[in-house]
Design a protein around this ligand. Structure first.
Ligand code: ADP
Length: 496
């Protein structure tokens, strides 16, 4: 393997199942847009590979067909397109992208992973087995392209089989890296899937793809890749423990020398209160008072009582157990009795959606809930809320706590994963040294969250403290630049 030292010599195939603004269900979509662009700005040649969902194909103009596969293994016929990410406001514009156009696997209404009722697509193994397989082909001598990567960067379970295909088909000449955005999603399927996807039965082994009697795409990636990256230093440690290792802690602890934690950045062009078109009023650290116009707009849109002085908590996320909704639901009646309001946006598990809607009915004007995915409203909540709530049970990195700090909306977060790495708790010491930027609560228990809420309400009353907190957060650098340099350094060290 040639030794290289410059980012311009890096060619990276970045395999992902979502990318903003084409298709996004969570943080991976944001990261897949911003990190490749930031690496390209450093001189690396990064190109994306993604499935051709309807929204992806509809958004890409000027695409060029570069290969047809009428009968690859057991996969239905498909073609490959190359295109560029559409020009937009963010930093994602212009990144080259390869798209797998396989109508019988991807052309359907619903989400990338689930149908309109939130149920996993029954053929997900085939859908993301194909993504993984094409990733391996584009990194091999069988590639229909003249371009070759020297790094294959896989993301989450959907591309976890790529390092396994590379190992079994190519003897693994190219460096592969497995990025874990959330260890809770593992791509677990019955053992028979292995041969269906064209992988040898020898892979069905504890030192391989086998996972408690089934196969796991994610485990394959963790086992066969050269290096593992998670999206924060704290999460890199947490996944090696029984509490947050989801059954993979043994494998991960055994590979601890090959695990790095790099905190995600955010797209500072897209998430900028000074220019954000989704806000009712733009503002900056020099003109924070203008933020109040967004609070008023948010209160009106959500049907909350319009009151400039009551602290307004915001929350935007998938409605799942991970995000701590059980805790929020227990604490909400107490919050409703405080001088405080709550605006929630999100969707996910039906039972959580229903309980939140019931809360809204019970506390009209104080708690407001919008079920659904709404990019514009998510920006307005960041801009209009006073404080942002993230009681996540675990959080590999988390993006909203960084958006919140940039928007002068000090977050209240559970001290876990990337939340712990990016929010500085408000104490007399951190206020004095200018680092305080939010609030942490340490126990995943209703009392601990509630006392955090009370701390926010108290701090909000003191306008000097509050302004200081807002300013500290707004001045922090959450851009991708330093994270992209850390990725580049890992790529280079793997190649040298
Ligand atoms: P995760 O990847 O676990 O969902 P992150 O905090 O890393 O969590 O990223 C979530 C991203 O998805 C953020 O950009 C957040 O604003 C966005 N998001 C989540 N739910 C919604 C929603 N219902 N409407 C709009 N944006 C959402």
């Amino acid at each position: 393997m040639p030794s290289i030292a410059l980012s311009k010599d890096l060619s990276v195939l970045y395999i992902t199942s979502e990318v903003h603004p084409l298709i996004k269900t969570g943080g991976l979509g944001d990261v897949s847009a911003a990190l490749p662009a930031a690496l390209r700005a450093l001189g690396a040649d990064v190109r994306l590979l993604i499935p051709g969902y309807p929204k992806v194909l509809a958004s890409l103009r000027y695409k060029r067909k570069f290969a047809e596969f009428p009968n690859l293994l057991n996969f239905p016929p498909f073609v490959l397109w190359s295109a560029k990410l559409p020009k937009g406001k963010g930093i994602s514009k212009g990144t080259p992208i390869f798209v797998i156009d396989c109508p019988s696997l991807y052309q359907r209404s619903g989400g990338p992973y689930t149908n309109t009722n939130g149920k996993d697509w029954p053929d997900n193994a085939l859908r993301f087995g194909l993504l993984s397989k094409i990733g391996a082909i584009l990194a091999s001598d069988d590639s229909p392209l003249a371009w070759r990567p020297n790094i294959v960067h896989c993301n989450d379970w959907q591309s976890g089989l790529t390092p396994a295909y590379m190992y079994f088909y190519q003897g693994k000449k190219i460096v592969s890296l497995m990025a874990v955005h959330n260890l809770a999603f593992q791509g677990v399927f019955p053992p028979s899937t292995l041969t269906q996807l064209g992988l040898p039965s020898t892979g069905f082994h504890i030192n391989g793809i086998e996972y408690y009697g089934n196969i796991s795409f994610l485990k394959a990636g963790l086992f066969y890749s050269d290096h593992i990256i998670t999206v924060s230093p704290t999460y890199a440690k947490e996944i090696q423990t029984i509490t947050l290792g989801f059954g993979l802690q043994g494998l991960l602890a055994g590979r601890s020398d090959h695990i790095s934690g790099i905190i995600n950045g955010i797209d500072i062009a897209e998430w900028d209160p000074a220019t954000d078109p989704c806000l009712a009023q733009n503002y900056s650290v020099k003109k924070i008072t203008a933020k109040g116009i967004n609070k008023r707009a948010l209160q009106q849109i959500m049907g909350l009582a319009v009151d400039p002085d009551i602290p307004l908590f915001g929350m935007v996320s998938r409605h799942t157990y991970q995000k701590g909704y059980d805790l929020l639901l227990q604490v909400a009646p107490f919050l409703a009795r405080l001088p405080a309001q709550l605006a929630v946006l999100g969707s996910g598990e039906g039972s959580i959606d229903r309980e939140l809607v019931a809360l809204e009915k019970k506390y009209p004007g104080k708690i407001a809930v919008k079920i659904g995915f709404d990019e514009t409203l998510s920006h307005l909540i960041e801009g209009g809320a006073d404080s942002f709530l993230m009681p996540s049970r675990f959080e590999p990195c988390g993006l909203n706590q960084m958006y919140s700090q940039r928007y002068g909306t000090p977050p209240l977060v559970h001290a876990t994963g990337g939340l712990l790495d990016t929010v500085v708790d408000c104490t007399p010491t951190t206020l004095a040294d200018g680092s305080a930027s939010g609030f942490l609560f340490y126990e995943m228990a209703p009392g601990s969250l509630l006392s955090g809420i009370q701390r926010v309400v108290d701090a909000y009353r003191n306008k000097t403290t509050w302004r200081q907190l807002q300013r500290n957060g707004m001045k922090k650098d959450f851009s991708w630049h330093s994270s992209a340099m850390a990725y580049r350094d890992i790529y280079l060290s793997l190649l040298s």
